[in-house]
Design a protein. Structure first.
Length: 326
């Protein structure tokens, strides 16, 4: 990251090559104009979010920090500079000339916690929602890798994050068009090998052959053909195995914990969702349970919900219905 010193100096004036890695990550935040200092409950230091998604919460911690002025929620370009002296550092932030504040601190470090994301779900786009959740989870892992590095990913996650750029999977966007952040299409050999082995392990010969053909000749036509195969009921065991692998890998991380009052409310929501899911299961319908929960360290606007995804087999396609409890 320090190799691109000139790029980051344009985002954080005063940045020098000998500064710790955390300062270059801070420059990334100003490159996007999304710096927002927060005070966490029970903490004296000032915090600011670096990466926030279902899989990880990562924050800057400004040690022994004192703010002069105040941050304002303005949709504007942020410019910033850093000054280093014998007493520590001073961060100066200008919000398009409409507001300015400073943070003086002695040191900067990062607090990062990874969480179990395998059962997380957000149902913003209709149609084949079970595939859209996979696309969303692959993208979360990709962001974790891009911003935090491979030390925060398991070997299987390094394969999953490659699938975020796999064109047939990208056909199932999880977010509305206006919020979608495009990345270049990529057909990584390791990722395709995982898909082929998965298809072979569940006895889906047609899927494995089509994947091998697509890897050799990844045309737009073949991409569309393969994407349509993903939601055919004939290939449901293949997709279910990927979902199961995702949930198994993420289960190695802890779940978020909340205050007792919140936990009691969430428990009631879970009981309603679980009762509904059991009712569907008793009727012989396959289901998946998803959670939607706020961030643990810095509460956001998301309210706790649980969703029961019920599979519906048509003549050819495997669709689903979503039942939400909150």
């Amino acid at each position: 990251m320090t190799d691109n010193i000139e790029q980051y100096k344009n985002c954080l004036d005063g940045l020098t090559k000998d500064m710790p890695e955390e300062f270059f990550k801070l420059a990334q935040v100003f490159e996007l104009s999304v710096f927002e200092p927060i005070h966490m409950e029970g903490k004296k230091d000032i915090y600011a979010a670096y990466l926030m998604n279902d899989a990880v919460e990562s924050y800057f911690v400004f040690e022994q920090s004192v703010m002069t002025g105040s941050y304002k929620e303005l949709e504007c370009e942020q410019t910033a500079s850093i000054v280093h002296d014998d007493n520590g550092y001073m961060l100066i932030v200008n919000q398009s000339g409409e507001n300015r504040f400073t943070i003086r601190f002695t040191n900067l470090h990062m607090q990062t916690t990874c969480f179990d994301y395998g059962c997380m779900g957000h149902f913003w786009v209709k149609g084949y929602e079970y595939l859209r959740q996979l696309e969303y989870q692959f993208a979360d892992i990709r962001d974790k890798y891009r911003y935090l590095g491979k030390d925060f990913c398991t070997e299987q996650e390094l394969i999953f994050m490659q699938l975020a750029d796999f064109p047939p999977i990208k056909k199932f966007r999880s977010v509305p068009e206006q919020y979608y952040v495009p990345y270049p299409d990529s057909v990584y050999p390791e990722a395709v090998r995982y898909l082929i082995e998965t298809a072979e392990n569940v006895g889906d010969k047609k899927m494995s052959v089509k994947l091998e053909h697509y890897q050799r000749k990844p045309t737009a036509f073949q991409c569309n053909v393969l994407a349509r195969m993903f939601h055919k009921k004939a290939h449901s065991r293949f997709v279910d195995k990927i979902i199961a692998d995702m949930r198994a890998i993420s289960a190695g991380y802890p779940q978020r914990t909340f205050k007792e009052q919140e936990k009691q409310h969430y428990k009631k929501v879970h009981q309603k969702a679980e009762n509904a899911m059991n009712s569907f299961l008793q009727k012989g319908q396959a289901c998946l349970l998803y959670r939607e929960e706020p961030f643990m360290y810095a509460k956001d606007s998301i309210t706790y919900k649980e969703h029961v995804l019920v599979f519906k087999n048509g003549l050819v396609n495997r669709k689903c219905e979503i039942y939400t409890f909150e």
